[in-house]
Design a binder for this molecule. Sequence first.
Ligand code: SF4
Length: 261
Amino acid sequence: MVEGLKYLYGPVPSRRLGLSLGVDIVSAKVCTLDCVYCQVGKTTEKTIERREFVAVEPVLAELKQRLAQGLKADFIAISGSGEPTLHSRLGEIIDGIKQITDIPLAVLTNGTLLYRQDVRADCAKADVVLPSLDAGDEQGFRKVNRPHKDISVGKLISGLCAFRNEFPGRIWLEVFLAEGLNTDTEQIAKIKDAVELIRPDKVQLNTAVRSTAEASVKRLDAGKLQAIAASLGANCEVVPDFSPRHHGEHVGSVAKTYYQC
Ligand code: SF4
């Protein structure tokens, strides 16, 4: 672990991305959603307004320093302690990273702002985009993800479809499932319909592995996850060992949380 870094953490082992260096570009806990399973905790600012949470230059300077020290990573993962597409200069950050390293770049996002052309253009600069979809209808979306009032599941799905049509890179769609929350037959059928519209390269199922914003969220057992994966089609897999979306780790004396949405 390298001391004194403000925006970077890791590399940490991620089941979805291998060894991954996180780049945290959004303040805790600013998000478009307030998911019941969030491992960062409750959303303190629910917004859809993009802004410059951190300046671009110090993030890139830190990465240059980290590369100069010798960095081995499978991915650089743009993430944050909230929703990273809320950063208004996300595209510049990705451009800057790509100018200084060939390490593949991933964006971990809840996908809710992909209805915006500027957000799609920013995300399209990445090699892999990992969005989320945890419900197939509005009722389920509100129950699981507690969105900002101007976000709906229809907007989320159409944004993901638009992004799929424009983005030649890989899309790995994550579906978080919790016992008794979004696992009934009707909800899974609706999620399947949405997946068929979105056409991601992979669908990855995850469940609760650590503390969640709401203590009532229950882990789904491996057998049920595998059965749902089989019903969702050949490109659907269960994330091995149910990788946590947020990896807690310590940087110096400051507890950092690795955002994995
Ligand atoms: S899980 Fe991700 S998308 Fe959901 S509230 Fe937490 S940070 Fe936001």
